[in-house]
Design a binder for this molecule. Structure first.
Ligand code: PAF
Length: 283
């Protein structure tokens, strides 16, 4: 299929209808643009699953609180389109905010309980925005598969829950986090780290690896492992302010005191003005 950019909901709906009528499958990779290798790995994985990969680029205002970085969020559409094209993605959906959220818009999708903890504590309106835009994308694009990165662990689990609760016949594929050579999880926001903060940032992943190592050596107490992680971060990333270090059951996000093979340890740390998140399955 010829590389196509659809800029309106109607155009995308027609394209999707045509693909479905031809009995071809669609994989959706939702993004907010400023693509890095992590996004491209989702596109490549999508191409192994489906005939057509649709990548959406939309910086979703509904998932940013008024004090957050919506206006500063990095954008580079020209380079994004080139990257998607060279990764093999066939369609890019780039709607206008005023089409997705017209002035009289008033419908939101909320996953109730799983969104209160972790990221939801610091960003209480964030997940309502994420689930609403992804629900819209599912309805407009009608994918068979949707791909999300494990880097945004809570987001991935919340979206899986939304998809199963609302009975969309979409297979949700969660792809492992892609990392820089020094372990820092790839993220569009990394570009805002000063050289000093960038040098401290790998401490997050090092603390996750240390947590895993402790668990593998037999430590089961979440509190003890958290203390160890905090010591490591305080030492290796002195500019860091830990927002949370949490131990939760993989799918349900229920907090655990004793870690086991289904535990995910996740954290959020503010390095200067940049808030970084990361996570690791402990066993
Ligand atoms: O992970 C992201 O980039 C966004 O939260 C998503 C899933 C594209 C929704 O805007």
């Amino acid at each position: 299929m010829k590389f196509t950019v659809s800029r309106s909901i109607g155009t995308q709906q027609r394209l999707s209808r045509k693909i479905i009528t031809q009995d071809k499958s669609i994989a959706l990779v939702p993004t907010m643009g400023f693509l890095h290798q992590g996004h491209l790995s989702l596109i490549r994985r999508g191409l192994r699953k489906a005939d057509i990969v649709v990548t959406s680029i939309f910086v979703n205002p509904a998932q940013f609180a008024p004090h957050e970085d919506f206006n500063q969020y990095p954008r580079d559409h020209k380079s994004d389109l080139q990257k998607i094209r060279s990764a093999g993605g066939q369609i890019v959906f780039m709607p206008k905010a005023s089409d997705i959220y017209p002035v009289d818009y008033e419908t939101y999708v909320t996953v109730e309980n799983m969104t209160g903890a972790l990221e939801g504590k610091s960003r209480p309106t964030h997940f309502r925005g994420v689930t609403t835009i992804v629900a819209q994308l599912f309805n407009i694009i009608r994918p068979d598969f949707a791909l999300f990165g494990m880097k945004d662990y809570q987001q991935a689990m919340v979206l899986k829950k939304m998809c199963s609760d609302l009975n969309w016949p979409i297979k949700m594929i969660i792809v492992p986090t892609l990392r820089e050579k020094d372990g820092l999880a790839m993220s569009s926001r990394n570009k805002y780290l000063s050289p000093l903060l960038r040098a401290e940032a790998p401490a997050l992943y090092q603390s996750l690896l240390a947590a895993r190592q402790s668990a593998r050596r037999g430590e089961t107490g979440a509190a003890a492992i958290r203390r160890q992680m905090k010591r490591l971060i305080d030492k290796a990333a002195p500019s860091g302010k830990i927002d949370y270090i949490a131990f939760t059951e993989m799918e349900s996000l229920i907090p655990v005191r004793r870690v086991d093979k289904n535990t995910v340890v996740s954290l959020a740390v503010k390095l200067g003005p940049i808030r970084l998140i990361d996570n690791l399955k402990i066993a």
